[in-house]
Design a protein around this ligand. Structure first.
Ligand code: ADP
Length: 423
């Protein structure tokens, strides 16, 4: 029986809960034992500290026990162990001597009921973190030990390119880590044999849609939707007062959100990281466009600036500077709105429920079919088909694109993203 664990890591995105919920439910349907890891890789590194004895009342837990998020809220959401299917004999059955607190337990067995109703929740209910410890070999050794201690050697990681880079690293180091644990006598030779091959699958949770080898990432459609709604709201004031708004949206290496928000909200001008405005000075070009739109009767002006936007001399384009230009040159009453974390949060839109559901099932199937001869996969979507692509390829290509953008080599970045673009 496959024991599989799912975790969310890196920046949260809408649809992560749907991914966790689907992996758990599809896992149960396929006969697996299902676990979640709280707080991303940090939870893997911390693992489960031993607890014996009767359930601890929450109030009695000393304050010095590390707790990363409110246990009260977690317990309300994660009624682990009282799931219908667990009671039906699929689980360990008796959780009565488990501590009620999850403070010292990061790798938790879950059943069907535990993830009920998660589809429509924003963020990630099992927590996420940025783990410095997991970036070290020592941390990854602890993570490996903690997984084997629970008998888990199949994991689904839902996160962005950083998290999937970490997943790929764990995968490639796993045999060495196992060997080290065996040499240190922390695991038995039998365990080293049984858990010699890590099965790992990546799901891409990222609002920026910045992962290579997939058309769309979990959370990007919702973030786009949020931006559109915000611009619709801003439009009311913009039109009423005949104002201009400069809207700053997320996207350090990827202009997908800015570009598509611009299309869906009818923006006048858009700045993205990948393609600086060609005409220099861009200030003249932008003012010309906005002036023309005003001349034909438009009462509002929307300019979208992605976080990582740059000009053709590769200097950052800042929203405040754009505002000053519009104010000074066109005499427009201009305001800046930075959407910030409102883009990230809230309920997932329908597509951010559908995508993780389809991909979550595929992730479980990929784990069940995994063997030492198959590569570790990232689950993507290409031309509307759910696909498996080698995790290592996706990670490598994403890093190449980010590097090309950092080096301001846009032609290379674009042709890496889409070979047709180069032609
Ligand atoms: P995202 O997954 O949203 O891109 P991060 O880049 O912060 O977010 O990555 C999330 C976590 O993944 C990091 O905090 C770290 O624990 C792990 N990680 C990222 N890159 C690596 C790496 N090169 N090696 C090991 N772990 C990594």
């Amino acid at each position: 029986k496959l024991k599989l664990a799912v975790l969310t890591s890196g920046g949260d995105s809408a649809g992560m809960n749907a991914a966790v919920r689907t992996v758990v439910k599809a896992g149960i349907i396929r006969g697996c034992e299902t676990w979640i890891v709280r707080e991303g890789y940090e939870g893997l590194v911390l693992g489960n500290q031993e607890h014996h004895g009767p359930p601890e009342p929450l109030a009695d837990i000393p304050d010095n026990v590390p707790a990363r998020i409110s246990d009260d809220s977690l317990i309300n959401n994660l009624r682990f162990g009282d799931g219908e299917l667990l009671r039906d004999g699929q689980g360990d059955g008796d959780f009565s001597d488990e501590p009620r607190s999850l403070r010292n337990r990061y790798i938790v067995r879950v059943g069907w009921d535990d993830v009920r109703g998660w589809m429509s929740e924003g963020g990630t209910l099992i927590g996420t973190a940025r783990s410095a410890a997991f970036r070290t070999r020592e941390g990854r050794l602890a993570a490996t030990y903690n997984l084997i201690k629970e008998g888990i050697d199949a994991i689904v990681v839902c996160g962005g390119d950083g998290s999937l880079t970490g997943a790929d690293r764990l995968r490639s180091e796993w045999p060495d880590l196992i060997e080290e644990l065996r040499n240190e006598g922390r695991i038995t030779p039998e365990q080293a044999e049984t858990y010699g091959h890590l099965k790992i699958v990546g799901l891409v949770g990222s609002i920026d849609n910045d992962m290579a080898l997939t058309d769309l990432t979990i959370g990007a459609p919702t973030a786009l939707h949020r931006i559109c709604e915000s611009i619709d709201n801003i439009n009311s004031t913009a039109s009423s007062h005949s104002r201009a708004f400069v809207v700053e949206v997320m996207g350090r290496h990827c202009g997908w959100l800015a570009l598509l928000a611009g299309v869906s909200a009818g923006a006048d001008f858009i700045f993205i990281p990948e393609r600086p405005p060609k005409a220099m000075p861009w200030e003249d070009e932008m003012c010309e466009v906005v002036r023309k739109h005003r001349e034909v009767g438009k009462r509002k002006t929307i300019v979208i600036v992605a976080e990582g936007a740059i000009d053709s001399e590769l200097n950052p384009i800042k929203a405040d500077y754009v505002k000053d230009i519009l104010t000074e040159r066109l005499g427009l009453d201009t305001r800046v709105t930075t959407l910030g974390h409102t883009q990230r949060g809230g309920r997932p839109c329908a597509y951010d429920r559908i995508l993780p559901t389809l991909q979550g099932v595929e992730a479980v199937d990929a784990l069940l079919e995994a063997n030492p001869n198959t590569p570790s996969y990232m689950i993507g979507i290409n031309e509307n088909k759910i696909v498996r692509v080698p995790l290592v390829d996706a990670v490598r290509k994403t890093q190449e694109v980010a590097k090309a953008i950092e080096e301001k080599n846009f032609a290379k970045a674009m042709s890496l993203r889409d070979p047709e673009f180069a032609e």
